[in-house]
Write a new protein. Structure first.
Length: 169
């Protein structure tokens, strides 16, 4: 199942039945329908990508224990409704097991063009500093080249006028 669900999925199931009367397959469809109906924040819908894994034991435990189902649904609802600052992209996964101790997940930020702080890429500030330093160095090289060219032109003019020979004598 997508994490978070970006569209509502409707599996065919008789929702008028009590959960305890459903077969495990019916309950799986019922629960997937409930999860896909959870509200998702705009930032999560646009920038969070991942997978939600519900283990077989999770379905069995939630079908037998409505309190566990409620706890898992509240956890997922809270996660799906999270507003991510600056709509920062991230990727993650969530595994739901037969008990709370068997539930785990992780979300990590993805590299973005503006952040540049993850991995080996230089941050925007470091790239800016390097560019300024390169421009400054280029300006110094150009200035030195102009000065050398002026000095060479002055020496050529002196040689042409003959002053150069007089200074050597």
């Amino acid at each position: 199942m997508g994490f978070p669900p970006v569209s509502s999925t409707k599996y065919e199931v008789d929702e008028s039945k009590d959960v305890s009367e459903m077969t495990l397959d019916e309950y799986k469809r019922y629960l997937c329908n409930k999860i896909s109906d959870l509200p998702v924040s705009d930032s999560a819908r646009l920038n969070t990508h991942g997978v939600l894994i519900l283990k077989e034991e999770a379905f069995v435990s939630m079908q037998k224990d409505p309190a566990y189902e409620k706890k898992i649904m509240n956890m997922l609802r809270k996660g799906f409704q999270t507003q991510y600052p600056f709509y920062s992209p991230n990727i993650g996964y969530q595994v739901i097991g037969g008990s709370e101790k068997e539930c785990y997940g992780e979300g990590v930020p993805m590299k973005s063009s503006s952040a540049g702080v993850y991995g080996r890429e230089k941050s925007w500030w470091n790239r800016r500093h390097d560019n300024l330093q390169n421009n400054l160095d280029a300006g110094r090289r150009e200035s030195l080249a102009r000065r050398l060219e002026r000095n060479r032109a002055d020496r050529l003019q002196e040689r042409a006028s003959g002053r150069h020979i007089d200074q050597c004598l």
